[in-house]
Design a protein around this ligand. Structure first.
Ligand code: OGA
Ligand code: MN
Length: 391
């Protein structure tokens, strides 16, 4: 594989697309030996240590959000990517379960928006969890049952709802950002030297084992001085981080359950993509960090298990009933939350008449791309490289 990367690098042009296709390929399976694994102690020539600010978040604040004390986080940088930070699973054992449950049960609820809303009536997408949970709780039957709504979920938007057609956010479509996720994001940003970060928009992506996410830059936010945060749960995946130009060859790295990435400064506007989900080996379908029992994890009643009497926590333990559904889903899926600040301090959206007119359509989150590109004239307007696609 080292040879493959070098060959592509020499040609320069379209190196990103070639590597995207290389990692996406099923047969023969690609050699993954060049993929950086931050969870492994082994040193890699490109991996740097990075300075966090442990004083920005107290140990109590961190614990309330399900995070370990910041001084214990394992944070890395990457040579050639200033502003990029990778925090290898900073969550306490047992607390990822809360975020997984929120992504599957809570955040898809109204007034948040999801891909299913694009072609279904609001009454039909009102209770995605309720309509799916019973089926998913049952042991897998040999007869192929129709997919549940939860299995059809591809994206959810929070806060300022991203419009996939116009590629903009707007003041007119803004709903309250979930307070637990706001706190989690604020703590991570503060620890990474961004004390005034405000979580205003979220895009949650839901990946099946054959999904990928096309090559793109996140540039629709009006303020790029604040970071973009990414939280991954469930199955591992490969992330490709490129350059400011489409043809710059990317660096490949694993994202495991619990991993957090921060794209800021020079790295805020770099091309990136997710060519492949890496399913866990059979018989060991959950990442070890999701199996750990611990504080705030799975309980009989779903009560908040306070480590300290009377302390309020953001993290709720997940009931056994709910975890049965979540763990079943996450055994073959990956969920990623990307959190963004849209406006700078005092900034406002441009007035409507100044915006160029855009033809409205809708997206269901799918596009036909095989190689990381949006394809097809008809679909170009109504889809986005940022929607996970199944092949
Ligand atoms: C995005 C994104 C990466 C991921 O939503 O913009 O790049 O890991 N997601 O899903
Ligand atoms: Mn992105």
């Amino acid at each position: 594989m080292a040879k493959m990367a070098a060959t592509i690098g020499e040609h320069g042009e379209d190196a990103f697309r070639k590597l995207f296709k290389f990692y996406k390929r099923r047969s023969p399976a690609p050699d993954l030996s060049d993929v950086i694994d931050f969870s492994k102690a082994a040193k890699h020539e490109k991996v740097l240590t990075t300075e966090l600010n442990p004083a920005a978040v107290s140990d109590d604040e961190a614990r309330r959000a399900g995070l370990r004390p910041v001084k214990d986080w394992r944070a890395f940088g990457l040579l050639g990517y200033p502003g990029f930070m990778f925090i290898s699973n900073p969550f306490m054992p047992g607390s990822q379960q809360h975020w997984v449950k929120q992504c599957l049960k809570t955040y898809p609820q109204k007034p948040n928006v999801c891909n299913l809303d694009m072609h279904m009536a609001p009454t039909d997408t009102q209770d995605i969890w309720g309509k799916s949970a019973d089926v998913l709780r049952k042991p897998a039957s040999r007869i192929r049952e129709p997919k549940t709504l939860l299995e059809k979920l591809r994206w959810v938007t929070l806060g300022y709802h991203y419009n996939w057609d116009t590629k903009t956010y707007s003041a007119d479509h803004n709903t309250p950002f979930p307070s637990d996720l706001q706190s989690l994001s604020g703590h991570v940003a503060a620890a990474c030297q961004f004390p005034v970060f405000k979580a205003e928009a979220g895009i949650l992506n839901y990946y099946r084992s054959d999904s990928s996410l096309g090559i793109h830059v996140d540039e629709s936010e009006l303020d790029h001085t604040q970071p973009l945060l990414s939280f991954s749960f469930g199955q591992s995946a490969i992330f490709l981080l490129g350059g400011t130009r489409r043809e710059d060859p990317p660096t490949a790295m694993y994202m495991h359950s619990g991993d957090v990435m921060v794209m800021s400064g020079h790295s805020r506007l770099l091309y990136h993509a997710v060519p492949r989900v890496i399913p866990s080996p059979e018989g060991d379908p959950l990442h070890p960090s999701l199996e750990a029992e611990g504080l705030g994890s799975v309980s009989d009643q779903g009560l908040i298990q306070d480590p300290i009497q009377g302390e309020t926590t953001l993290i709720q333990s997940v009931t056994k009933e709910d975890w049965a559904v979540c763990s079943r889903y996450i055994q073959t899926s990956r969920v990623n939350m990307t959190i963004r600040q849209v406006l700078g301090p005092g900034q406002a959206f441009p007035s409507k008449d100044k915006r160029t007119e855009t033809v409205m359509g809708y997206t269901d989150g799918y596009h036909d791309s095989q190689d990381g590109e949006n394809v097809g004239l008809k679909r170009r307007r109504s889809s986005d490289a940022r929607n996970p696609v199944n092949t």
